[in-house]
Design a protein around this ligand. Structure first.
Ligand code: NAD
Length: 372
């Protein structure tokens, strides 16, 4: 069995498998790595060779030589390949369903790990959580850097600076990491989420939970949020408006799998924010939580800065690659062992989008039927 690792697009800087990942896989498979795949994340070709990988020159060489092709976010769009191949990556298929058409060819199987179930067994393979954790951390650093005010309380000969007030919208993995990072920097933090379970987590990190009655929840959503009614979104907006006017920094992370992100920060709210305030919108890739966000652009609305980065986790590429490589390695070892035993469990079933050229994933078909 050969596993091939593709180089990601240049601006992404990540690599899906580190040399340590190669070492873990070597007992089960040969590993081919595209030249320069880890360079932007601080992993040299020589480090891959030392780990036992074969470094090959081109993506074509990876594709030709591999039975399993790993690329975190790099899509195969080339000529049809002969033989059977399995592609593994994090393709965000619920929000970008059109990419699946690249893989509906005989012999091709596609696993997209954004569909990983949120179960205890799957936790080690949860790329989404790794990316979200780093994104939450990076969002706080980015906001702090762009803010005109300091974050912690600072007392000096010139007087006392009060701590910054953060408002975190959405307290999932990214939001909780943002809360923890802001608290470590000394901020006063409030957070809002539609899942009632988030309250205890927010409070355990020393932040205040903003309660808005009447949020819709659904146990069948597997721990994820569900789309809120227009009435509920309006109730939340009224409640959040007051909080927004007092915040120095707002970080938004609210998403709903397979749907446009909910708009939580309106133009009107931005209009009443303090001069010098900063918004970092982590939901920009799926439309944004702030009405004024423009993906990967900086928008100034009066004196308020709105940032909407879609690749923020690539900012500390070495650390992010370390985490996602552990996730992919755990998944690949699981895939290989299940194949050896000719079994298929919940994890493989949930993440498999295409089998031998046919779209088979029920969640994908339910949420993105047009592309299938
Ligand atoms: P996500 O990225 O899909 O969404 C981020 C947050 O936005 C969520 O907390 C969601 O409730 C919130 N949100 C959605 N709509 C909102 C709205 N209108 N207003 C305010 N907030 C809104 O979520 P995630 O970070 O991937 O986490 C989803 C759930 O999965 C959480 O319960 C998390 O703890 C859980 N989880 C479990 C595991 C595991 O058990 N293996 C791993 C990771 C996450």
């Amino acid at each position: 069995m050969n596993i091939g690792v593709l180089k990601e697009r240049a601006h992404r800087r990540l690599v899906s498998l580190t040399p340590a990942g190669v070492v873990r896989l070597r007992a089960q498979a040969e590993v081919l790595v595209q030249q320069g795949a880890g360079a932007a994340a601080g992993f040299s070709d020589q480090a891959y060779r030392d780990a036992g990988a074969l470094v090959v020159e081109s993506p074509e060489a990876v594709l030709q030589g591999a039975d399993i092709v790993l690329g975190h976010d790099s899509h195969y769009t080339g000529e049809p390949l002969k033989g059977e191949r399995t592609f593994v990556g994090f393709f965000n298929v619920l929000n970008e369903p059109a990419i699946v058409a690249n893989y509906t060819r005989p012999g091709i199987t596609l696993h997209s790990l954004d569909l990983m179930p949120r179960t205890t067994l799957a936790q080690a393979m949860d790329v989404l959580s790794s990316v979200a954790s780093i994104s939450g951390y990076q969002a706080v650093l980015l906001a702090a850097e762009r803010s005109l005010a300091t974050v912690p309380m600072i007392t000096s000969a010139g007087g006392t600076l009060r701590p910054a007030r953060f408002l975190i919208m959405g307290a999932g993995v990214a939001g909780l990491q943002a809360i923890a990072t802001a608290r470590r920097l000394g901020a006063v933090v409030k957070a809002y989420d539609v899942r009632s379970a988030a309250k205890d987590e927010v409070e355990s990190l020393g932040a205040e939970f903003i309660e808005v009655d009447g949020a819709q929840e659904d146990r069948k959503a597997g721990g994820y949020a569900v789309e809120q009614s227009a009435d509920q979104l309006e109730r939340a907006r009224v409640r959040i408006q007051q909080e927004a006017s007092e915040a120095d920094i707002i970080i938004t992370t609210a998403r709903i799998p397979g749907r446009r992100a909910p708009v939580l920060i309106t133009r009107e709210m931005v209009g009443i924010m303090k001069a010098g305030a900063v918004i970092v919108d982590l939901a920009a890739a799926t439309g944004g939580n702030c009405e004024l966000s423009e993906a990967d652009h900086t928008v100034m609305h009066g004196e308020v800065t709105i940032l909407a980065p879609t690749s923020i986790e690539c900012g500390c590429a070495h650390s992010t690659s370390f985490l996602i490589s552990n996730n992919y390695t755990a998944f690949l070892l699981h895939l290989l062992s299940q194949r050896a035993e000719q079994r298929e469990d919940e994890i493989l079933k949930a993440t498999r989008v295409v089998a031998d050229g046919t779209v088979v994933n029920e969640r994908f078909l339910a949420l993105a039927p047009v592309a299938a």
